[in-house]
Design a protein around this ligand. Sequence first.
Ligand code: GDP
Ligand code: MG
Length: 440
Amino acid sequence: DLGSSLRGTLDKLRGKSRISEEDVEEVVKEIQRSLLSADVDVSLVMELSDSIKTRALEEEPPSGTPARDFVLRIVYEELVDLIGESTDLPLEEQTILLAGLQGSGKTTTSAKMAWWFSTKGLQPAVIQTDTFRPGAYDQAKQMCERAEVDFYGDPDGEDPVQIARDGLEATSDADVHIVDTAGRHALEDDLIAEIEQINDVVQPDTSLLVLDAAIGQGAKDQAQQFDESIGIDGVAITKLDGTAKGGGALTAVDQTDSSIAFLGTGEEVEDVERFEPEGFISRLLGMGDLGQLAERVERAMEQTQVEEEDWDPEDMLTGQFTLNDMQKQMEAMNNMGPLDQVMDMIPGFGGGIKDQLPDDAMDVTQDRMRTFEYIMDSMTDTEKEYPRAIGASQIERIARGSGTSEEEVRELLQQFKMMERTIKQFQGMGSEQEMQRMMK
Ligand code: GDP
Ligand code: MG
């Protein structure tokens, strides 16, 4: 499924601390596929991918953040930005009007919302104004009985506006009034005229557009029409217990500049959830733990800040360089970002000097670091202090003891030599600069 292929693409970034343009392209392509198959509007998907691409390439990952988590966080943030928080519904006296096409789930949602408000200690009432659909009255009445909330309707009524007016009066004891309306199969003029009149009478605090999760690209027109006629403050998405992911809601939210209020997840009155972005986005992308990941990145960022305080890059320039130092420094690099940035933190090492360094002098992936750690655990203290003295038989022993290959042990020693050379170069440059400063 799509979620797993997105996950696969992201997993390829595992262990990388930097992200290439191709990496970003690949991730964005997968996200596009996920979103399009979740019925998110094409132009929205394009807008989103552009901002994800730009941010992933231009923003510097917070030091210590693996590329994979960094990209995921951007994706998550951009989606949260688009979807927004749940529609504000204060737990107090209010009137809510539901609009939407026939079969979208208005009547079910009105009973569900009433049930939800009743669990918050409020006294809700549903007013059913649908005179168009046969059986609408009975259906609403039964659902409200199941939800154990007040209900008003007129089985013989013919004027929905009059029913709305009477309903508000008849249920004046209630503190939350939820007004259910009739739908049509399509956006017809009489439907719009009717809901505008009801809107005038009811004067709702909040008007919600009820959308079937399977709505897809049709969401735009509906959202626009209802928004123009009565003003849409929020969206309720129904039938999320099916296979549809509800991407059309994003279109509606974007079109009406509103937010999502409720999610319907079944036919019973209790099958309702207040919207929260994390779960919805995870579902949209087919990744169950996206919010958790975003949180983890945040924690990693906080942690890194602490570690940065503990480590002074200037330590690198003094004294004998050993494998223990290398390990500490590799860890620090991993937490603080690429070498050239670390160099900027050292007084006297900005500008041209760092350009003379080999690009990958100290860039080590986290996978490689882990292997290096195993290897070093199998070394004696003397070996770590004097790595240059390690010979072939020792390499064989270390490889066996650490469960790595002799080749990997040699790589570690190679890396050590390279770093040692770099450090010496630095030390030389540092003192040269020092001299120049003193001579001025
Ligand atoms: P209305 O015409 O907009 O009032 O829509 P209804 O409330 O009558 O719902 C139309 C159909 O969708 C009914 O059969 C409902 O039981 C069903 N329905 C509504 N919401 C949900 C939901 O969240 N999940 C499922 N599975 N069915 C739903
Ligand atoms: Mg209905």
